[in-house]
Design a protein around this ligand. Structure first.
Ligand code: GSH
Length: 213
């Protein structure tokens, strides 16, 4: 019997972690993929074979037939461009590409440091020095964007930007690092209806059971 072909896409994943965002994106893309499960507790992310593909020792990492991509937003951006049939990125030349890229970058460069400020209750950095300005400005910016999202950040069109920003909001509210503003709740509830997100959540529940043994 011929052996079943290995999927071209492989996700180095840990649950629960930021790599769930990449898994949601893979579910939206709809191509077969393989999951390589790492135990952060056992330090799999610091083993030499993993550091060879991700010197940061962080999940996620995507391997697309030998193309290695790390960093959640970069993985989502890469997948949307590499698999355009899924329609998750406005093409180059489309005006929507501007806000699309802005939101992909906004999550790691502004939301993440603002949430770490909150988590550590650390004194704010001088506003002009901190690229994310300050926590309240980040919240106000997100509040305005989610109030205008109709129903998505780019309007009718769902995109990888919703995967990234939606995940930051879901995760941030869950860990009480972002306030449960009605705009955040309404936007994330709309996203929760997506079958791809529901598949990612149930995959992660199964992986968590597998890790518990
Ligand atoms: N900037 C990275 C952050 C990834 C990250 O911090 N991942 C955490 C899990 S949520 C991790 O791998 N932690 C393990 C460790 O630092 O040892 C990204 O966006 O992908």
């Amino acid at each position: 019997m011929p052996e079943a072909a290995q999927p071209r896409l492989k996700l180095y994943h840990a649950t629960p972690s930021r790599s769930s965002v990449a898994m949601w994106m893979l579910e939206e893309i709809g191509e077969p993929y393989e999951v390589k499960l790492l135990s952060l507790k056992d330090g799999d992310q610091r083993k030499p074979e993993y550091l060879a593909i991700n010197p940061m020792g962080k999940v996620p990492t995507l391997d697309d037939g030998g193309t290695i991509v790390s960093e959640v937003s970069a993985i989502c951006c890469y997948l949307a461009d590499a698999y355009p049939k899924a329609g998750l990125a406005p093409p180059i030349g489309d005006k929507l590409r501007g806000p699309y890229l802005k939101w992909l970058f906004y999550a790691p460069s502004c939301i993440e440091p603002a949430m770490i400020d909150k988590a550590l209750s650390r004194p704010p950095a001088p506003r002009t020095m901190a690229g994310w300005a300050d926590y309240d400005t980040v919240i106000a910016t997100l509040r305005e964007a989610t109030a205008k999202a109709s129903p998505h950040l780019l309007g009718e069109r769902f995109s990888a930007a919703d995967v990234v920003i939606g995940s930051s909001l879901r995760w941030g509210m869950q860990f009480k690092l972002l306030p449960e503003l009605p705009e955040f709740v309404a936007y994330t509830q709309r996203l929760a209806a997506r079958p791809a997100l529901q598949r990612q959540i149930s995959n992660d529940e199964a992986f968590a059971r597998q890790m518990r043994g």
